[in-house]
Design a binder for this molecule. Sequence first.
Ligand code: SAH
Ligand code: SF4
Length: 381
Amino acid sequence: MTDATTNLLDFDLEALSAYCERLGEKRFRAVQLFRWIHQRGARDFDQMSDLAKSLRAKLAGCATIRPLPVISEHVSADGTVKWLFDVGAGNAVESVFIPEDDRGTLCVSSQAGCAVGCRFCSTGHQGFSRNLSTGEILAQLWHAEHSLRARLKTPAGERVITNVVMMGMGEPLQNYGALVPALRVMLDDHGYGLSRRRVTVSTSGVVPFMERLREDLPVALAVSLHAPDDALRDPLVPLNRKYPLAELLAACKGYLERAPRDFITFEYCMLDGVNDGDEQARALLALVGPKGPAGRVPCKFNLIPFNPFPASGLKRSSSERVQAFAKILIEGGIVTTVRKTRGDDIDAACGQLAGEVQDRTRAAERMTRAPVQVIRPVRPA
Ligand code: SAH
Ligand code: SF4
């Protein structure tokens, strides 16, 4: 059954103001309404005591604040929380909350499935079903923030979620039209009030939309690199065939002119015997150094231990290998971190946000027919 009412979670403040105007209301009413929704987590117009009764009645007739149905919620021993949300037609997406001493990060999904089809990613293996709407992207944050506040008994006016990373299921820059209004609500002082440094879009490298994001709303950017050259990146991140490394690095450099931080974060998933050799680490230094295709690219590296899943046919690099790889980057002058795996007991780690997706692209079938090979010779034992 579809709900014919307008979902107010689909609107940034500008769109909500226009909506209020269409209802014959003054635009500033939208600010009150917006604050009720995003800052106080209200769902019911009757709660909104400072709005005129006539407006509340009008809204109740044509609009809703529509959360996503929660299929499951898992809380890990380390405080990580993972939600599985129903997005209809047999599709589900996941969000993960990661508490740390000085912050609370929510990892948000942007699509049901993903069309990029990276070899090491279980979302990619599921194929693509559809884009999430702005309201569905924001419903993840809305639910996480307000359910956690209630559970943790957070004092009024305090936020639980201080950072958002668009690192759940999907390629956010292939859902640009829905992403940007959602980001605006995250940044809006009347919404979640997060600074541009605390909202990160992670991309596999959709170059034209990196350029648009730079103009429209330059939040922090993470780029999933995973390989130092096109020959290795092509099979791992198939989008590389369209936007090869030289173009990607030039776009990173261009992005930095407007970015809220003065570096790009490169994510690098460590795959045993595939992209984790000393020679690849040295090649990365050359790639982002002054003699690389785009000249020096100020960056940090975040090495992600691969989270294995059977269909990938790939293995996680040993921690000694990850350390040796990191050492080469660090000695080459690049700040490098190794991502901690959190929420292991509830499968909340990167690339395991599998959800359940109706595969409309038959990605799984294609990938099974062409099993993944170790692309580079494995290091001598
Ligand atoms: N589509 C975007 C954002 C979602 S993926 C992107 O690719 O950047 C978020 C991060 O998780 C990416 O860096 C991705 O490469 C990484 N990732 C995907 N599958 C993984 C796996 N099985 N193990 C470790 N990291 C993985
Ligand atoms: Fe899509 Fe990102 Fe997974 Fe690649 S890593 S398939 S871009 S979600």
